[in-house]
Design a protein. Structure first.
Lengths: 195, 221
């Protein structure tokens, strides 16, 4: 379980462009951070750097607690295969990240997916696909959630529902860092990039 | 079920499901071996001389066909992020992907190769060795091809790049396998060729995953 994340003096360079430098940010258990900023300010890059997928040009990301298998990253690509069914994909994603088949079923129910599990992913709408991807957050317990515009394709009802899921996660000692353009439906500290 | 077993089953279902490359490779293999007599003339003796070599070489080329999708699909739709954040290291992910590719594409091709060779007029006595050569060679092709696919990630002409990268890597196994087969055909000892092929395949299985994982990390960065 990750207890806290500390981003220390982080600089990220994409090609020739320096997106930001000297960024310090700490997120503790039970806390949510909303990253805002213009398109291209480096929100996605910051999330990927925290996940360890992207090498920062300077600075580092430090975790308190056991960082092994401690985080989920939901990017703006959903990572779903169009020709497989929603259930096959959700089941794979949760088992791969350490969940169980039963927890995947529960997550499907929590995200209102039960009736579309047998459909192929290509038949789902953008919002439904996103819910399939988000469901692995509930299906496998990892404490740090890195979310890249998680709610963009969701309708009002499911935004509210996902807000409840996030609130429960924080109440249970989870951490959330989300890149957003609209405000999160939960209490969150706002950090503006490139401001 | 362990995470790697889950991944293995997913890869098999992707290879055999819609949009997978296993059937494409088999169809391509059938096309090449069927069209050969039409292109080279119907003289049975000349055909019989070419049969085993063609059955072996077309297998190497068919193995190339479906490689472009091995990592590219997961890279494009974001699933590679997820694979990188699972509990097994990327090296094992790459190895499992290549093993599944071998089982889904290489094994059916290995089964088809003796049939194709005999249909073209090769002596049935060569069929068992051809099957073994095809199986061991297929393993090397899957891992080296996977290496090419990982290195080509994110480039616009991935397919072309893969072919250029793997061509020199495919040459030794093609030579070793072809050597074993032609030795058996003229009554010489075929074991050295087969053993070299197996050694090459084993080296590919051991080393290629390290390079594939590095290439994937580089592509995600």
């Amino acid at each position: 379980m990750i207890g806290a994340v500390h981003v220390e003096g982080l600089a990220i360079r994409r090609g020739e462009r320096l997106l930001f430098e000297g960024l310090d940010l700490s997120v503790r258990a039970g806390e949510a951070v909303a990253l805002t900023g213009r398109n291209g300010a480096g929100k996605t890059s910051l999330l990927r750097a925290i996940a360890g997928l992207l090498r920062p040009a300077a600075g580092r990301v430090r975790f308190e607690g056991d960082a092994e298998n401690g985080l989920h990253l939901i990017g703006h690509a959903d990572g779903l295969k169009p020709a497989r069914t929603a259930w096959e994909e959700l089941r794979f994603q949760s088992l791969w990240t350490g969940g169980t088949e039963a927890s995947a079923r529960d997550a499907a129910e929590a995200f209102g997916l039960t009736r579309m599990l047998e459909l192929e992913v290509r038949r789902l709408s953008a919002g439904q696909r996103r819910r399939v991807a988000l469901a692995r957050l509930a299906a496998s317990p990892r404490s740090l959630w890195l979310l890249d515009e998680p709610m963009a394709p969701l309708d009002v009802v499911h935004r509210a529902k996902f807000g409840e899921v996030m609130a429960r996660h924080l109440a249970g000692g989870g951490l959330i860092v989300a890149a957003v353009h609209d405000p999160l439906p939960i209490e969150a500290r706002t950090v503006e990039l490139g401001g | 079920m362990s995470a790697l077993a889950v991944l293995f089953r997913r890869e098999l279902s992707l290879a055999w499901g819609r949009g997978g490359g296993a059937l494409l490779a088999l169809a391509f293999y059938a096309c090449v071996t069927t069209l050969l007599p039409l292109a080279s003339g119907p003289d049975p003796e000349r055909l019989a001389g070419l049969a085993v070599g063609v059955a072996w070489l077309s297998l190497a080329l068919s193995a190339l066909l479906s490689l472009e999708r091995l990592f590219e699909r997961d890279y494009e739709d974001g699933a590679l992020d997820l694979l990188a954040l699972g509990s097994p290291p990327l090296e094992l992910v790459a190895a499992v992907k290549c093993l599944a590719q071998w089982l889904a594409t290489g094994a059916p091709l290995a089964l088809a190769s003796p049939v194709a060779a005999i249909a073209l007029g090769a002596s049935p006595a060569l069929a068992p060795l051809l099957f073994v050569v095809a199986l061991a060679g297929g393993l090397a092709f899957a891992f080296l091809g996977g290496l090419g696919a990982a290195l080509a990630l994110g480039s616009r002409r991935g397919g072309l790049l893969i072919a250029v990268i793997v061509l020199p890597l495919f040459a030794p196994p093609v030579i070793f396998g072809g050597g074993a087969l032609s030795s058996l055909a003229v009554g010489l000892d075929w074991k050295p060729g087969l053993l070299l092929l197996c050694a090459y395949a084993a080296a590919a299985v051991a080393l290629a995953p390290l390079a594939m994982a590095a290439a994937c990390r580089n592509a995600l960065d």
